[in-house]
Design a protein around this ligand. Sequence first.
Ligand code: KE4
Length: 428
Amino acid sequence: MLYQRSSALFKAAQKVIPGGVNSPVRAFKAVGGTPLFVQKAKGAYLFDEDGNRLIDYISSWGPLILGHAFEPVIEAVKQQADLGTSYGMPTALETQLAALAVELVPHIDQIRMVNSGTEACMSAVRLARGFTGREKLIKFAGCYHGHSDAFLIQAGSGAVTFGAPSSPGVTQGTAKDTLLADYNKLESVAHHFDQHPEQIAAIIVEPVAGNMGCILPQKGFLEGLRSLCDQHGALLIFDEVMTGFRLAPGGAQARLGVRADIATFGKVLGGGLPVGAFAAREEIMAYLAPLGPVYQAGTLSGNPLAMAAGYTLLHHLKTHPEVFKRLDQKTATLHQGMADLLDQKGLPYQINRLGSMLSLHFTDQPVIDFKTATAGNNETFKRYFHGMLDRGVYLPPSAFESYFLNDALSEADIAHALEAFNGWLSSF
Ligand code: KE4
């Protein structure tokens, strides 16, 4: 494949944008090579600046569950744009989208729109701290909730139970309030409650992890978090920025049958425009300004363009629930096809999948947490990524990401990915 234009554009971008990108993963640092610059996209296809057509298995990291430039969403955004792009005043559109989300998602009475998943998760933690009057937060190694300071924490040195900053700029003061636990290991969570009685405001978790590759909650894990929170008076926050409106119309809470106290959203909710949100039962949301003392605000929160896009997409998902079954089937076909080819090749691998989230790990041990996710062969992954890209298939440029299939992917597109995979394996 030719990447001349992308290379030239990347060079120019690096002069005026740090690393040439507005989000680090796009720079291909984890896989090497030149990041592709996109000229346009439609349905399941991306068209880069060199005229390459790529079948997209990321769907903009999740939002475009029905594919790129979904006609009804484009139409809704165009119509709204003619009426103005932002008012900084309430609109009926915000109530429409909020009401639809509350209808689809179990256990929530109210939802507050913000502009990103980071903002949603950051605000959810502040709300949980305000509601409980407690300060500490439990998160899981390898789970990502956006780039707010409280989340950029890595495991502290052995003895210390609280975390250490995982990025310069995050203070020790912040880090001491974030406790690290291991995904799928309830005992690592119970330990913190024993060490910090009545100090833990919340547990925040990706109900299906998508930032270590895709990792499923083992039987009893989420239920165990629910009962630990009930036992110790802490709130359970489900970060559904990835899983929300993707695993089911009601997200992971609906599909997995575990209740969260606060749920955060993003991606699909905005239909490709910048939207995040956090939601809970009324008793908790009543703590939020302007009703209650917990402050949170945003100039562009509830932006009419984004509300029009999000409402149109969500309404389509509500009235076409067969999309979810179709997506599950397409992802299962990809999963089975890849597994068959890898078995024939005799390569060690794990494929984790739930619904339309999937990841491939080149390791012979089950990938159930951050430690096992990092045990995969990263060199093989890099060659896999580029081998597929050279054959017209665009996958996440990191072993620690999930695929997000979209419903615009045809059987032929899935077959193409499997042919590309077979082609790469034969050359490997
Ligand atoms: P944003 O602030 O990027 O909208 O959302 C942060 C976030 C929160 N929670 C979860 C579970 C997430 O996956 C994300 C963001 N996901 C990444 C993909 N790993 C977005 C891609 C990027 O960072 O460019």
